[in-house]
Design a protein around this ligand. Structure first.
Ligand SMILES: *[C@@H]1O[C@H](CO)[C@@H](O)[C@H](O)[C@H]1NC(C)=O
Ligand SMILES: *[C@@H]1O[C@H](CO)[C@@H](O)[C@H](O)[C@H]1NC(C)=O
Length: 483
């Protein structure tokens, strides 16, 4: 018993002391942040007119703590405006382009060219840099030779292009958009959605997403007799939304959010799906990145084309004349290190029974096979509701056999799930090891105490008759004392 107590106390103490070390590390880091670095409050100091931040020739990847951007002292950062509000150049004209800023303290930055300190909120753009789309020659979808990657980002100066996301586009549809959901993702900064989408890929005049065009094209398919179930889906000016692939909410800075409003990052999506299970998939995956503090490589895309078989119309449906097909499925792949998973949703509110649903499963549904991280709770709740867009999850490797995206490597596990049995097995092993260690320690202690007594007996100068005490009795005595 005694031995067990001593052993447990030892364990408890060693656990505690390591916690103490962690705690003291934390508080010293915090002190450093306060006294040495800079903090920019995303809620109060950052705004829609704040400059574009660039570091190491890339879009700045922030460090965020408690809704503050964190910079270390003397950290250098490039800030870019198409045109600044409060800086002038040598000719007294409004300054254009980059300044180099150095973190001094609090939220003050030394602007090198001005030789002056400014609090971050005074660094403002009259104009932010505009969208730039760069078409590459990289093929991006094995089944479609016309599909190549297009990079969407900012053209900085004449020779620098900073990419935010890439879309795989074939001239009339986008297969997917590829980007990273930042682990610090969150909607800290106020953002006003632009009124129009950038469009340098389709005929501007045609206005494919307008309610009139949608109605007209649906009407054509049904020869003027739109079924009442479909008519009921008309709301807020149409049947279809411009379904974002990369969601604006997946990005932190307003200028980056703004770049998702480009028609290359969009596909026609039934409103009830867009506002139903699709937004839940978006929110769940982004929440997962934040909760687990992991950057997620993300591919969000579309598969197939819907038809209206359930209504006896077996024609693929496009919003334009053979452009902008209305996809049958939307999917979102998330990958972190060697794990990944894909979520899929039916962009078709019309299947009426489970057999129909099975036709939309292009890979084995694993939604019920695993327990999901709690970030996915809200998705799980209504995911099988057809009018919100039935949705499910699949193993990534299996999905990639069907949807062949050239640059994704095989993964070795499912991301986002809790491996219950794995956890249980580990805890049983830990408990067993602890019990064995405790028993071993206890027995050794008993043995030592016993040996020590024997040794004292044999070598002490006490009278000899004591030595005649029955060893067996004493051993029994010892056991009674110690157990
Ligand atoms: C978003 O883009 C529009 C033009 O497409 C521009 O007028 C607006 O200033 C931009 N806003 C931000 C926050 O970048
Ligand atoms: C499915 O969702 C709709 C709302 O989009 C709701 O009205 C309906 O009751 C839900 N169906 C089920 C079976 O929960």
């Amino acid at each position: 018993m005694k031995a067990f107590f001593i052993f447990s106390i030892f364990i408890v103490f060693s656990l505690n002391s390591s916690n103490l070390i962690e705690a003291s590390k934390d508080s010293s880091e915090e002190r450093d942040d306060k006294s040495k670095g800079c903090k920019v409050d995303l809620k109060t100091s950052f705004s829609e007119t704040s400059p574009l931040l660039i570091q190491n020739e890339k879009l700045y990847q922030p460090k965020i703590k408690d809704k503050n951007l964190i910079f270390s002292q003397n950290e250098m950062i490039e800030m870019y405006c198409e045109e600044w509000t409060n800086f002038v150049d040598n000719n007294n004209e409004p300054l254009k382009g980059s300044v180099i800023a150095i973190c001094e303290n609090d939220n003050n930055f030394l602007i090198q060219s001005q030789n002056t300190n400014f609090p971050f909120e005074e660094l403002k753009c009259k104009n932010l840099p505009k969208f730039t789309r760069k078409q590459t020659i990289t093929n991006c979808y094995n089944e479609d030779n016309d599909a190549v990657l297009h990079e969407i980002g900012y053209q900085i100066d004449n020779n620098r292009f900073l990419s935010l996301y890439e879309s795989c586009f074939n001239g009339h549809r986008t297969w997917y958009t590829k980007y990273t959901i930042d682990k610090y993702w969150n909607n800290f900064v106020k953002f006003t959605r632009p009124l129009v989408f950038e469009n340098d890929i389709f005929d501007m005049q045609k206005n494919y997403f307008s309610a009139n065009v949608q109605k007209e094209n649906l009407g054509k398919i049904f020869s003027g007799n739109l079924p009442s179930e479909i008519q009921e889906l008309y709301k807020n000016g149409g049947f279809f939304n411009r379904g974002h692939l990369a969601a604006s909410s997946d990005f932190i800075f307003p200028s980056n959010k703004n770049l998702t409003f480009h028609l290359i990052n969009v596909a026609p999506q039934w409103k009830n799906f867009n506002e139903g299970n699709w937004v839940r998939i978006e929110t769940a995956t982004a929440n997962y990145a934040a909760r687990k503090s992991r950057d997620l490589t993300t591919y969000t895309g579309t598969y197939g084309v819907i038809n209206f078989k359930a209504y006896g119309v077996d024609k693929d449906f496009y919003l334009g004349d053979s452009i902008l097909p209305v996809p049958m499925l939307y999917y979102r792949i998330i990958i972190n290190r060697n794990k990944g998973v894909v979520f899929l949703g039916l962009n078709d509110p019309f299947p009426t029974n489970t057999n129909d649903i099975e036709n939309y499963k292009i890979c084995q549904d694993i939604s019920d096979k695993y327990s999901w991280d709690k970030s996915f709770d809200a998705w799980n709740m209504h995911r099988q509701n057809i009018s919100r867009g039935y949705s499910y999850a699949c193993e990534l490797n299996e999905f990639l056999d069907i949807v062949q995206i050239s640059d994704i490597k095989q993964v070795s596990g499912v991301l986002g799930v809790i491996r219950k049995d794995h956890f249980r097995k580990n805890s049983i092993i830990i408990i067993c090891v602890a019990v064995i260690l405790t028993l071993t320690a206890g027995i050794s202690l008993l043995f030592c105490l016993n040996r020590r007594k024997k040794w004292l007996n044999c070598c002490s100068s006490k009278p000899l008759e004591l030595k005649t005490t029955n060893n067996y009795d004493r051993l029994v005595e010892d056991h009674e004392q110690h157990i």
